[in-house]
Design a protein around this ligand. Structure first.
Ligand SMILES: Cc1cc2nc3c(=O)[nH]c(=O)nc-3n(C[C@H](O)[C@H](O)[C@H](O)COP(=O)(O)OP(=O)(O)OC[C@H]3O[C@@H](n4cnc5c(N)ncnc54)[C@H](O)[C@@H]3O)c2cc1C
Length: 280
């Protein structure tokens, strides 16, 4: 028997990088679309799941995990939202459209099926938005098909600066359109460094602090400067939509945020309804 390391691609689907673009022109934030090389359907998955993607680079085969940002209803392609965390310009960022790659089956438990609560808080930092994009796009399709949807969904998305709030236009349009009861709370943690910061439409402060404030939880304590909501935003009105005994709180993104939020929920009924998965 050979001791040669197994090629991770052996059990994966051959694919192609179909599209690649920078989000809001930021060099380290990319939206990528992959398709099966044979033009067939992509693997089935649940909104919120992730898959591994393998590709050749610098003579190596690299494998990375990414959450699927597209909804399960989209059968011809998988979409990803990816950050170049080290600013290396490598990984998917270095591939040209048309480059071969491989993807695995989709797995993970950060799914809508994890909870039977009828109200949802989706709290995400950075690319932690990706699984929520899949969920929200799925819920929109569910609503259009007359299928059951939650009573209310509130998304708290945190980034350092406004430009990093990926897919803001789509999320604002969803909040305006209301195919289901949806509230979008974009949060910028470094408004002082953001010349485009608009306090009329963006919360100043961390997303976890904003969510904790709305949910009546103690501060996760990572930023004592606290939060400042836009004047039109009423935390108490949103809180009334998120009853303690029927609201699941999903967490995705920076592991320190997840730990701090979990700790802030300790000893409260909210903690029983936390749903999260660590990425790194
Ligand atoms: C289940 C799962 C789902 C994932 N989904 C996504 C996704 O949708 N989008 C995505 O960009 N990444 C996602 N990741 C992380 C991804 O697999 C890589 O780790 C990340 O892209 C960084 O890769 P790298 O090669 O640059 O550096 P790595 O060597 O993998 O990581 C370097 C360091 O960068 C930081 N880091 C890693 N990932 C991120 C991130 N997403 N945001 C900020 N800092 C990070 C960590 O401090 C890490 O130690 C996921 C990981 C898992 C396990």
């Amino acid at each position: 028997m050979s001791d040669a390391p197994k090629d991770p691609r052996d059990k994966m689907t051959a694919g192609v990088l179909a599209e690649s673009r920078l989000v809001n022109g930021l060099p380290g934030l990319g939206a990528f679309r992959v398709k099966a090389a044979d033009g067939g359907a992509v693997p089935e998955f649940l909104a919120g799941q992730a898959t591994s993607v393998a590709f050749e680079q610098d003579g190596e085969i690299l494998t990375r995990w990414y959450s699927v940002a597209s909804p399960p209803e989209q059968r011809h392609a998988l979409d990803f939202l990816v950050v170049d965390a080290k600013g290396s310009g490598k990984g998917l960022f270095a591939l040209e459209a048309g480059a071969p790659l491989w993807f695995g089956s989709c797995v993970g438990k950060l799914t809508l099926e994890r909870s039977d609560c009828r109200h949802l808080v989706l709290l995400g930092t950075g690319t932690g938005l990706a699984p929520y994009l899949s969920m929200l796009r799925h819920l929109k399709a569910q609503a259009a098909a007359g299928q059951p949807v939650p009573v209310a969904v509130a998304l708290f998305h945190g980034a350092r600066r406004g430009a990093e709030l990926a897919f803001r236009d789509e999320l604002e349009a969803l909040a305006k359109e209301q195919p289901f009861r949806f509230l979008y709370v974009p949060c910028v943690s470094r408004p002082g460094e953001d010349p485009d910061f608009d306090p009329a439409r963006t919360t100043a402060g961390r997303a976890d602090e904003a969510a904790a404030r709305v949910l009546g939880l103690p501060s996760p304590g990572q930023d004592p400067r606290g939060v400042s909501f836009p004047a039109v935003f009423e935390p108490a009105a949103l809180a009334a939509l998120l009853p303690e005994d029927d609201t699941a709180i999903y967490l995705c993104g920076n592991p320190k945020m997840i730990d701090a939020f979990d700790a802030a929920c300790a000893g409260t009924p909210r903690q029983e309804r936390l749903v999260f998965e660590r990425w790194w």
